[in-house]
Design a binder for this molecule. Structure first.
Ligand SMILES: NC(=O)c1ccc[n+]([C@@H]2O[C@H](COP(=O)([O-])OP(=O)(O)OC[C@H]3O[C@@H](n4cnc5c(N)ncnc54)[C@H](OP(=O)(O)O)[C@@H]3O)[C@@H](O)[C@H]2O)c1
Length: 279
């Protein structure tokens, strides 16, 4: 399997990204990022709400790998909705990460019906800010996170469509409707929470399935996500796990096991519905 995907605009992006949620803004994170890049990661998923841009930036720029080789992905804050604020937010992100362009810029959450009577207009106006950033060369690709089909529907007729949708996606929680909508519309799905997150205490059945391939449970999840054509974004505070989470290119899950994983009942989820989350 290739280690890159080509997005709908032709941009080549590494097909495993390193998650950075809850990593501290200190030297331990810079060291983790450095070692991850040296182990082969070429895609880092950031967000201003993780408050660790300085440590991540330091790790990237001291890794010994040219910054141009690395897809730096970051996000707009929910409080930055609207065309102008969205644009300004991206400039702030570049300053925090010490970069002069963003490889992938994503809206973190859609404006929802719970918070806005005019949620469709708010999403359209915000997406126009993303289009401006793309056309001005500030963002090399643009996309969204946590958008369900009804959120995507309200921006799909605009001048430029999202290239990526980052959604919770792992065995037992593949959000089939959103996933299939994205496939049909040439939007790459990024799998956030690809290991089921910190609530996942391990699934004995999947551990056994992984052993059959000589792999661990995390590697089974990540390989399935790759075989589904998504970009998983695993996160760990432990370098051994960061390295093992990248060691998923040398085996293939059988069609029968893929089908089993596709159809699993939900056993763990963040449980954050974009129309009801409290942020
Ligand atoms: N756009 C969004 O709204 C959104 C939402 C959630 C997440 N994300 C992105 O997706 C990334 C991943 O999500 P996440 O961090 O919530 O969850 P995750 O990557 O699914 O899981 C992380 C948890 O799994 C553990 N872990 C890591 N590797 C492991 C392995 N090989 N075996 C067993 N356990 C392992 C980690 O613990 P240790 O640290 O102790 O290893 C941590 O508790 C985030 O960091 C963020 O970049 C985006």
């Amino acid at each position: 399997m290739d280690k890159y995907f080509i997005l709908s605009n032709g941009l080549k992006v590494a097909n495993i990204g390193l998650g950075t949620y809850q990593l501290p803004d200190d030297e331990s994170t810079s060291e983790l990022i450095r070692q991850a890049i040296q182990a082969g990661y070429r895609h880092i998923d950031c967000s201003p709400s993780y408050y660790n841009a300085k440590a991540i930036s330091e790790g990237i720029f001291t890794s010994g790998i040219d910054r141009k080789e690395i897809c730096i992905s970051t996000k707009a804050r929910n409080r930055e909705r609207g065309r102008e604020k969205t644009y300004q937010g991206a400039l702030d992100r570049m300053k925090d990460l010490n970069i002069d362009y963003i490889d992938m810029y994503l809206l973190h959450w859609p404006a929802s019906v719970k918070d806005y009577d005019n949620w469709k207009e708010v999403n359209r106006d915000t997406w126009q800010g993303m289009i401006d950033l793309y056309k001005d060369g500030i963002a090399r690709s643009i996309g969204v996170c946590n958008f369900l089909p009804h959120h995507l529907d309200c921006i799909m007729d605009m001048e430029i469509q999202p290239m990526v949708n980052q959604i919770e996606f792992h065995p037992g929680f593949m959000q089939k409707e959103a996933y299939e909508y994205c496939l049909k519309n040439n939007i790459v799905v990024e799998a956030h929470t690809p290991l089921g997150g910190s609530r996942n205490t391990g699934n004995e059945e999947l551990k056994k399935m992984a052993e059959k391939y000589g792999k661990n449970e995390g590697q089974l999840y990540l390989r399935w996500e790759l075989q589904k054509g998504t970009i998983p974004l695993p996160k760990s505070t432990k370098i051994e796990r960061v390295i093992s989470n990248f060691d998923v290119y040398d085996f293939e899950i059988s069609d029968e096991d893929v089908k089993y994983l596709d159809e699993m009942e939900c056993f763990v989820t963040n449980n954050q519905h974009p129309d009801s989350v409290e942020f």
